[in-house]
Design a protein around this ligand. Structure first.
Ligand code: ZN
Length: 447
């Protein structure tokens, strides 16, 4: 078993990248054939080598698996299961240890902290996936890439040749430091959470700096209001692409040149669990369950990511990607707010009502107690005085049972990782409630 390296080894990345690119060009049926093959291998590996799966699976389940549709009989891996099993090493395949894997942690500040362990081969695959994300998003070899993220990353040898130069914008640091890092990087290609990039744009504008060098912005991680997104892209004069990804399962879907999010069927099984408990593969609306097909150190089978999604068959005219389409991430588990009657529901119908106002640059919906919400809004300059009252009326119409207060603020305080939660549910103590875990999205894994 290979030891971890302190620099990125490019040979496996190049190998994986070539395979990923070849597979993504295949038709959907061929990708599904490959998916079934990889899935059978993964499940067999998990059953043979991982204590947790040895315990929860049976020879009949493992032997009877042919395609992703057969996963419906398998147990789902919830975040709490993952937390408990990984703490005891129950999810590590035999031969893998803390010494020969690298840990990626997500959601430390609130909810249930998760640690994923990846082998050197898993990491080679992860890096190739991310490289493919930026390559298909129009990256050129001469681009200077700025990654907006908390932690720095390993250097790769191509940088010494002046190819694919990466720059780290430390999103956990004060804004002035982020701006300084951005300006000295002189990036042409940005990868990061929308609101973090947005903060830097606002600060550049405040200083009267025009920075026009950016060609493409690759968003991941969270929603940005349409107004803020348009503003950001207009400032740079840049094109934009988007990925739906997470620390646990890497990139799940990615935009094609038409701006449609296509699933990555040859790399992941995406199941949708509907409200009535039934499950479909790559179709319909409900909770997303993900199985990452390339993972040797810590296989996650039917992992409940905590997002609600809507998926439909491919009707995109792009001709580049031929897999089903992720129409939207409907709402996240942690986005659920409580009514005065104790019912819990997703806050998206409210946030969309707020975002429909073009004057809204940023927003945050905070729930401090069941039945009441506070909506913080940052408005565009010169917005009418009556806008907050109009928003309040619109929200009341959408949610007549809720006690609603809309407050105009100058800025919204990000979380420790630099992200802004659009929906933030706080327990009565003022601390984020423990049963509302958050999943970090985007290119934030410690690779
Ligand atoms: Zn397309």
């Amino acid at each position: 078993m290979s030891r971890l390296r302190s620099t990125i080894n490019l040979a496996p990345v190049a190998y994986h990248l070539a395979r990923i690119r070849r597979r993504e060009r295949l038709g959907h049926a061929e990708q599904l054939r490959l998916q079934s093959l990889l899935l059978r291998g993964l499940v067999r590996h998990a059953y043979d080598n991982v204590p947790h799966y040895r315990r929860v699976l049976t020879p009949a389940l493992v032997g009877g698996l042919r395609t992703a549709h057969d996963l419906a009989g398998f147990p789902v891996l919830d975040r709490v299961d993952l937390h408990n099993a990984s703490a005891g090493g129950e999810l590590l395949a035999s031969g893998f240890t803390a010494g020969n894997t690298r840990a990626a942690t997500t959601s430390g500040s609130s909810g249930i902290p998760i640690t994923i362990r990846n082998s050197e081969r898993d990491l080679g695959y992860l890096r190739a996936t991310y490289l493919q994300d930026i390559l298909t998003s129009g990256l050129r070899p001469t681009d200077r890439i700025a990654y907006f993220r908390v932690n720095p990353f390993l250097r790769h040898p191509l940088e010494r040749l002046g190819v694919l130069r990466n720059f780290h914008i430390p999103t956990g640091r004060p804004l002035d430091e982020q701006v300084a890092a951005f300006l000295s990087a002189r990036p042409t290609f940005l990868v990061g959470f929308p609101n973090v990039i947005s903060s830097i744009v606002e600060e550049l504008q405040r200083r009267g700096i025009r920075y026009q060098g950016v060609r493409t912005v690759l968003f991941g991680g969270e929603r940005l209001t349409p107004t803020a997104r348009a503003h950001l892209l207009a400032y740079f004069g840049a094109a934009h692409r988007e990925v739906y990804a997470s620390v646990e399962v890497f990139t799940i879907a990615r935009t094609c040149p038409e701006g449609t999010m296509h699933l990555r069927s040859a790399d992941l099984v995406v199941e949708v669990e509907h409200a009535d408990g039934t499950v479909s593969v790559e179709d319909g609306e409900g909770d997303i369950l993900v199985t990452r097909l390339h993972s040797e150190a810590m296989p996650l089978i039917r992992y409940r990511l905590g997002d609600r999604v809507r998926i439909s068959p491919n009707d995109c005219p792009c001709g580049v990607a031929r897999t089903p389409i992720l129409r939207e991430v409907v709402g996240r588990d942690q986005d659920r707010i409580s009514g005065a009657d104790g019912r819990r529901y997703y806050g998206d119908f409210i946030t969309y009502a707020v975002q429909d106002f073009p004057e809204v640059n940023r927003m945050q919906l905070i729930q401090r107690r069941p039945g009441a919400i506070e909506v913080l809004v940052v408005l565009t300059e010169g917005a009418r005085l009556g806008v907050p009252a109009d928003i309040e009326r619109a929200v009341r119409r959408k949610a007549p049972g809720l006690d609603v207060a809309v407050r105009q603020v100058r800025e919204i305080t990000p979380e420790a990782n630099g992200k802004i939660k659009i929906v933030k549910v706080l327990a009565p103590s003022g601390a984020p409630s423990a049963d509302t875990p958050s999943t970090e999205k985007g290119h934030v894994a410690d690779v």
